[in-house]
Design a protein around this ligand. Sequence first.
Ligand SMILES: [Zn+2]
Ligand SMILES: [Zn+2]
Length: 228
Amino acid sequence: MSFHVIYKAPCGLCLRNMGEIQNYLFQTHCDFIFLEMFCLDPYVLVDRPFQPQRPFYYIPDITSGKEDIPLSCVNEIDTTPPPNVKYSKERIPEDGVFINTSSDFLVGCDCTDGCQDKSKCSCHQLTLQASGCTPGGQINQNAGYSYKRLEECLPTGIYECNKRCKCSGHMCTNRLVQHGLQVRLQLFKTQNKGWGIRCLDDIAKGSFVCIYAGEKHTARSDTSRLQR
Ligand SMILES: [Zn+2]
Ligand SMILES: [Zn+2]
């Protein structure tokens, strides 16, 4: 038996695929529901959240409100709290590391269609060009987001739209990671392997989960740390 997921808009319109959903959101200028919230895979169980056992230790939000969505912490094994971790959304440059975040070093696209026409979006074209910087030098024409999902691993990275682009932050289909954590993660104590992280909901294949943000060290400062 095969079955399909469809979404029904308040006006009664049936949205049968990601293209139709994208068009609908763009035409209605919807600014509170986004493409990445939709999933048409019937095997993704969106209404069955994971319920932990009765925990001995529980923190509702280890980010203290730094994220839009709380990141809880549970210990179902014993009563010990997690190691004293200072949560950070940002990369923290340590001695000798310079992270250039100046907008003078950004280039932007001129799209007004939410960057849907990838052939005209100069940001998307940068993602394609970079995909050729691998052994063999073949440009991967499928590189980048497809309806806010990543179909395959892309080691050369993605050039998302930015504050220099003409597209709107809400409507652009080439902005995902910059919107930050959107899924319900949970820090939990494992039986034998220390602390781990899990997602409390089923998530669609290729969805963005979170970034790795931590202290950035140079190779030299890492070595001196080891020697200490
Ligand atoms: Zn664009
Ligand atoms: Zn854009």
